[in-house]
Design a protein around this ligand. Structure first.
Ligand code: SAM
Length: 241
């Protein structure tokens, strides 16, 4: 998986990608990341990339020409990988775990990070394949959303996570929140680790984890629970047919 990130603030990514799981994935060649500064594609003496919006709204917008040139250049660089252009945007599809799994199917994602009041509409219409939001709130730029996306997708790239921290046990992988987890000591401030986890009885542990995951999802996220039980019913019906 190759991520080609287009941004006005390339140095924001340095520390985010320099540690832990992403660093290891890069070192082992399981993912690649290229970062390009959109300002390189500005054509005037001052390297201008923003301008006032038509219609008199306050704030500045990213101009279309440098964005178009940056995207064209990324498409050329990655032509052999059929890249998809993703614009990080609060108006996009929510980045759920199932969207993360869809993105994993791609060979190359060009991630376009907006700034200021956003980007000229014509770039969205002509150059963007998909808009993705990290949640129903607005942050100051697409850089942190792009880091979130790179991290979430990278965790699912085969070979990135070992058994130790496998993604299948994470919340939402199967549509449920993860069950509670405990480590040593067995008693902490008077609270004991549930007996079943100390029993060594694997079937009982599996059953307990599943019950806890279902309970927590039902209580905390009725929306996920509804989707999960709907899907289970569907799978039951398909099996019966
Ligand atoms: N005026 C824009 C709007 O209302 O849709 C928001 C602009 S925001 C201050 C600047 C940039 O941050 C956006 O162009 C986008 O790239 C990024 N951004 C902000 N919130 C985001 C979110 N929830 N998900 C993904 N990207 C976001």
């Amino acid at each position: 998986m190759l991520f080609d990130i287009l941004t006005l603030f390339p140095s924001m990514f340095e520390s985010a990608f320099a540690e832990s799981i992403i660093r290891r994935a890069l070192d082992r060649g399981l993912i690649s990341i290229n970062i390009d500064n959109i300002r390189r594609y500005a054509t005037d003496r001052h390297r201008t990339v923003d301008d006032y919006p038509y219609g008199g709204d306050p704030g500045m917008l990213m101009m279309p020409e440098p964005l178009a040139a940056a995207i064209e250049s990324a498409r050329e660089r990655q032509a052999s990988l059929s890249p998809k252009v993703i614009f990080l945007s609060p108006q996009g599809d929510l980045l759920t775990q199932s969207v993360v799994k869809e993105l994993l199917e791609e060979q190359c994602l060009i991630l376009l990070c907006g700034r200021y009041k956003g980007i000229d509409q014509r770039i969205r219409e002509r150059y963007v394949d998909r808009e993705i939001s990290i949640g129903d709130y607005v942050v100051s730029g697409g850089e942190i959303p792009a880091m979130v996306m790179v991290d979430a997708v990278t965790r699912l790239v085969p070979g990135v996570l070992g058994n130790r921290d496998s993604a299948e046990r994470d919340s939402l992988y199967e549509g449920l929140l993860a069950p509670p987890q405990y480590t040593r000591p067995e008693v902490f401030e008077g609270m004991r680790v549930p007996d079943v986890l100390l029993s060594g009885h694997h079937a009982n542990i599996r059953r307990w984890r599943r019950e806890q995951a279902e309970k927590i999802t039902r209580e905390r996220r009725p929306d996920l629970w509804k989707r999960y039980t709907g899907r289970e019913r569907c799978e039951d019906n398909t099996e019966k047919k």
